[in-house]
Design a protein around this ligand. Structure first.
Ligand SMILES: [Zn+2]
Length: 341
């Protein structure tokens, strides 16, 4: 009698927990609780490691880059985040032959690094959040640390993954799956993202968008008086929904100045074609690029972690997070309503 009663109680509790969880899962409309987890301290701690001399400027295929990669993977493991379904580890290996095919720069083999959180309702639809983790290495004995380029994006992606993992633990996991993709070979010609787009782990047709982050920790001369801005590039090129989503989420939760100056197709800098999101856009995947503009230390030895404005890095990471939250949880994936060029 007692035993039976206990069993009945356990059964009833399990049933009610499951019910609460699925009810909670249905309401992921508000990211407020989880965007708070994006922490300035965390970002700073990680960036001081990723952009330390020990990583030797993270040149594609170098020992220093691999060391940075191991640190990044360790961050995922510590947060209970695994590599994607269908992969055997955290690496997407890219042979030297691929990296040197367009122009032989004697690059050795290298790796993209990926982590993954499976969606609760539409696991087959995948949002990609990307940032390159390579930089330009050592020149004349000086380590080029690339704290902004793109240490800032690298740690932003990890920090976002940690917040999504925590949300999932509390029954608010994303409805769609999210692939956290750290690409290599960007500085040599966007190789890692091109390789992924030609060898995708998840079908291109199921890839709903790419949020790419490349340099979000500094300010440019155009914004000498404030760091409360970010350049938004590419969002409306393929999808009005993606553009509307970033505007709405910013308005609601972040209130940062979104600068669309470099989104002008006639802008002579052509930033739209100059970072990894472009390899997704080429395949018809709506893509958005967050960027702080260039500064005096761009590709210079002065791109150091102590020059990063951590309040700005944190706020821009939060913007990327609330956008990702919306894209992963919204009813319909962003529609492609513009011609693919
Ligand atoms: Zn970069």
């Amino acid at each position: 009698m007692k035993k039976l009663l206990i069993l009945f109680l356990i059964g009833a509790t399990a049933f009610s927990c499951k019910n609460t969880q699925s009810a909670a899962n249905k309401d992921n409309s508000d990211p407020s609780k989880y965007v708070k987890l994006i922490s300035e301290k965390d970002l700073k701690t990680m960036l001081y490691v990723v952009a330390s001399d020990e990583m030797e400027g993270r040149e594609t295929g170098s020992a220093g880059q691999k060391k940075a990669g191991l640190y990044m993977i360790d961050q995922y493991k510590k947060s209970g985040i695994s590599f994607p379904k269908g992969a055997s580890d955290f690496y997407q290996h890219i042979p030297a032959s691929y990296l040197n095919a367009k122009r032989n720069q004697n690059l050795p083999d290298s790796e993209n690094i990926w982590a993954y959180i499976e969606g609760s309702e539409k696991p087959d639809e995948v949002l990609v959040i990307s940032a390159h983790y390579d930089h330009v290495g050592i020149k004349d004995g000086e380590v080029y640390n690339g704290a902004d380029d793109d240490g800032s994006g690298t740690v932003a992606v990890i920090e976002m993954a940690k917040a999504f993992a925590k949300a999932k633990k509390q029954g608010h996991g994303p409805k769609r799956s999210i692939l956290f993709l750290h690409v290599t070979g960007e500085e040599h010609g966007l190789h890692g993202s091109r390789f992924y787009s030609e060898n995708p782990l998840f079908p291109i047709a199921n890839t709903i968008a790419d949020i790419n982050i490349d340099m979000i920790g500094r300010r440019d001369v155009e914004h000498a008086n404030t760091n409360n801005y970010v350049y938004v590039i590419g969002a409306d090129r393929l999808s009005s929904d993606l553009h509307n989503a970033v505007v709405a989420q910013n308005e609601k939760y972040i209130k940062m100045d979104l600068d669309f100056k470099f989104n002008d197709p006639k802008d002579p800098n052509h930033f739209y074609e100059r970072s990894d999101h472009y390899n997704f856009a080429k395949h018809g995947i709506p893509a958005i690029f967050f960027f702080n503009g260039v500064h005096e230390d761009y590709h210079g030895k002065g791109d150091e972690p102590q020059k990063i404005e951590y309040d700005a890095l944190t706020k821009r990471t939060k913007l990327a997070f609330v956008l990702a939250w919306d894209l992963a949880n919204r009813e319909n994936r962003p529609v492609v309503d513009k011609p693919i060029k």
